[in-house]
Design a protein around this ligand. Sequence first.
Ligand code: DAS
Length: 358
Amino acid sequence: MTLFRIRPIALSCLLAAGLAGSLGVHAEDKARVVILATGGTIAGAGASVANSATYQAAKVPVDKLIAGVPELKNLADVRGDQVFQIASESFTNEHLITLGKRVAALARQADVDGIVITHGTDTLEETAYFLNLVLKTDKPVVVVGSMRPGTAMSADGMLNLYNAVAVAATKDAAGKGVLVTMNDEIHTGRDVSKTVNIKTEAFKSPWGPLGMIVEGKTYWFRAPAKRHTTGTEFDIDKLDKLAPVDIAYGYGNATPTAYKAFAEGGARALIHAGTGNGSVSGAVVPALQELRGKGVQIIRSSRVVGGGFVLRNAEQPDDKYDWVVAHDLNPQKARILASVALTKTSDAKELQRMFMEY
Ligand code: DAS
């Protein structure tokens, strides 16, 4: 038989390769993916398998997250680092800067091919957009979370993490900006937001996902339309502090109190989460004009989300008031862009350009 004529060394190589293959360890070079853990539900733990919504976030360390999905090693050479261990509603601008610098440093390393960030879902959309604006890399950077803790029945974290590593390990995810994988979908960090607070199908993009990830394979259907990462004018390595920007909600019976208080507190821009097309109550307009006169930027977004955009000079004379419109960005994303943009300009026309391009 042919097998016995093979020299012993060749036979042992064949056996080793066969064994390695069966264990899912493939001889060919695998992508090197680093998982940066920050906390959230994906690291959460509940008292019982029935607790899919009652649990404590930010409990499970990154090495246990990785150990919980042994199949990751079939996708990539994976290593983990615990950057924070917090629920993401507690993220601050300082957390964003620290995380951004950490990701940028890793992206510069020749032995890193892709980066995954595990994150709470509450502000995941803000972090993903921030990184999309300030990272100068075309390597895949994928932000991922989960809606249920790993201790619950039908927990979504394992598959979300598997999908995120699969996307971070694939060359066709390069150059698409910062991505978010949730619930089998691949979204751009720019568009995606959390639209449901208690279901696994929680993350949506008003213009749709970029693609899907199924059994570790990516399927792309569109590409990002706005500037990001290697096309950005912002640079995390030149950023040490973000501008203070706050958000005030528009609604019936609204008053100028919140806007004035935020300005008193040092806000350099106010995001108006307006009704409809970013409309501003007549009771609030004079206060905003006064604050604009004092140098505070006024940026009209809308509380109406899910597709559409605030049109300049439609219901409000933005040119006359020297106000900015957030275009299709929801209020929380408008805050992120304004807090970065104001580190480069205080000119409303320049801000408006940035809101149209990013
Ligand atoms: N509190 C939420 C957070 O950390 C939990 C989650 O959904 O991840 O964002």
